[in-house]
Design a protein around this ligand. Structure first.
Ligand code: HEC
Ligand code: HEC
Ligand code: HEC
Ligand code: HEC
Ligand code: HEC
Length: 333
């Protein structure tokens, strides 16, 4: 009888003694001790550089434009509230969009730490994860990513609606796929996007055909779950052609895919919607002007991607040196 009571007592107390006390986390560096792989992936991502990124510092005048702080060094999303405008934080801004921004839950009513939003509940772990499905939903990313309408574009696409029998895929399916095996399996925090050229290449296909005796191209957005290219204002995609020869001349511009900044009133919005197939006739001058290039001529065509939309000399774009090649084709009669 005594032995049994002892065992019962042990059973009641054991889980408690294995639990770590809740910690208050002052920096995302503190997560690394236990979540090393995820921390290292995140450190390699654009979320980790959102405060230090030279392109952002330049455009925000070193954050003298305070409106820019909000999403680039935010307070935790769950603290401001899903669906609410994010708010700027005052401390450790260098950590950018960090672990705490995405995972920290509001403090409990009794003043104890609220724990971390996750897919499981664990009273034992020091970070006290709590199951929070909202973390996996596009509305969560929307807090910051609808600035450039990426989430609205996804909502209108077959990836969200399942139209034409398309398999539903959301932000996490494409940007946080599972990596690692067994115990180590987790959703990657590398958040690959336009900074990973292979991902951009896989987003579109380039096809060519002779139509009514002239060359014609079709560029199709097959893989971006939203308009292409995303972060439409800074990014641009350009289609070029040139006669095929052993000493190739300069590339001749055919078509630009881009959404302009508000100040650029003369620039049309030409983003390629999710699933859209755009026909681009090959002509001697850009955007359909000039004469059709006959399919009796051997030519080379190419699609290039730019992380910044401007050419050094707009009259003579030099994509080989100022952009990244996505696809090219040699067309022969
Ligand atoms: C708190 C705001 C915020 C939230 C929430 C957020 N992001 Fe981001 N994200 C950013 C910022 C800011 C950048 C750009 C940082 C930079 O390049 O300086 C970025 C960059 C990215 C990039 C890489 C873009 C590139 O330049 O290559 C991807 C992909 C991405 N986010 C996906 C997501 C997904 C998916 C979610 C939802 C799970 C999400 N983000 C949630 C703010 C946020
Ligand atoms: C831009 C938002 C964002 C940032 C920044 C972020 N996470 Fe996550 N994290 C998520 C989302 C979304 C999930 C997926 C949740 C799910 O599948 O239920 C996730 C999942 C996780 C998981 C569970 C992993 C798994 O798949 O089993 C852990 C642990 C985690 N994050 C820790 C961290 C740590 C540590 C950091 C900082 C180094 C961090 N996160 C930064 C959004 C973020
Ligand atoms: C002392 C170790 C330790 C530290 C430090 C720590 N965690 Fe955890 N974390 C754990 C353990 C253990 C689990 C539970 C894993 C399990 O049971 O699968 C966990 C689980 C999680 C989960 C849920 C995982 C899931 O599968 O959904 C998230 C999210 C998370 N941690 C985020 C964080 C963040 C963000 C930080 C830093 C602010 C952090 N953790 C710091 C040990 C730690
Ligand atoms: C079907 C897969 C797919 C889905 C779903 C998807 N994306 Fe993407 N995303 C891509 C591909 C491919 C790229 C690279 C091509 C590009 O930049 O458009 C990309 C690029 C991006 C970029 C990078 C932009 C840059 O400037 O580097 C961001 C940010 C982004 N997506 C956010 C999101 C968010 C937020 C969601 C959910 C609403 C989402 N994506 C849904 C495939 C997807
Ligand atoms: C509502 C949230 C939000 C605000 C406010 C915001 N940004 Fe961003 N910013 C983002 C997101 C999200 C991305 C990544 C989007 C993508 O790549 O599609 C981004 C990306 C950028 C990039 C591209 C970085 C690169 O690597 O090319 C620059 C530059 C930038 N932002 C500058 C600014 C400036 C300047 C301001 C203030 C005028 C500002 N941002 C305000 C959310 C925001």
């Amino acid at each position: 009888m005594l032995a049994l009571t002892g065992w019962l007592l042990f059973a009641l107390v054991a889980p408690q003694s294995g639990a770590e006390p809740a910690r208050i986390f002052a920096s995302s560096k503190d997560c690394r001790e236990c979540h090393t792989a995820i921390y290292d992936e995140w450190q390699d991502s654009h979320h980790a550089v959102s405060w230090t990124n030279p392109a952002v510092r330049l455009l925000s005048n070193d954050f003298a434009n305070e409106d820019c702080i909000d999403c680039h060094a935010p307070k935790p999303i769950f603290v401001t509230g899903i669906g609410e405008r994010v708010l700027p934080r005052a401390t450790r801004r260098k950590e950018g969009v960090d672990c705490i921004s995405c995972h920290q839950l509001p403090t409990n009513e009794d003043g104890s730490p609220g724990g971390m939003a996750g897919s499981i509940m664990s009273k034992r772990a020091a970070c006290k994860p709590v199951e929070a499905r909202a973390l996996t939903q596009p509305d969560f990313c929307s807090a910051c990513h609808n600035q450039h309408k990426t989430v609205d574009q996804w909502r209108d696409s077959a990836f969200a609606t399942g139209a034409d029998g398309t398999k539903r895929q959301d932000c996490l399916d494409c940007h946080m796929p599972y990596v690692g095996e067994g115990e180590a399996q987790h959703r990657t925090h590398r958040f690959a996007g336009g900074d990973v050229l292979d991902m951009v290449k896989d987003a579109v296909t380039l096809q060519a055909a002779a139509v009514n005796g002239a060359w014609s191209l079709t560029l199709t957005n097959i893989g971006a779950g939203h308009s292409f290219p995303t972060d439409e204002r800074s990014r641009a995609v350009d289609v070029f052609w040139r006669p095929l020869s052993e000493t190739p001349g300069p590339w001749l511009h055919l078509h630009r895919i881009r959404s302009p900044y508000r100040s650029e009133v003369d620039v049309p919005d030409t983003l390629l919607l999710a699933g859209e197939a755009r026909v681009i006739p090959v002509t001697t001058a850009p955007e359909g002007a000039g004469d059709p290039v006959p399919a009796t001529e051997a030519i080379e065509v190419a699609v290039f991607y730019k992380r910044s939309p401007y050419w050094l000399d707009p009259a003579k774009p030099d994509p080989d040196n100022e952009a990244q090649l996505l696809h090219s084709l040699e067309l022969r009669p």
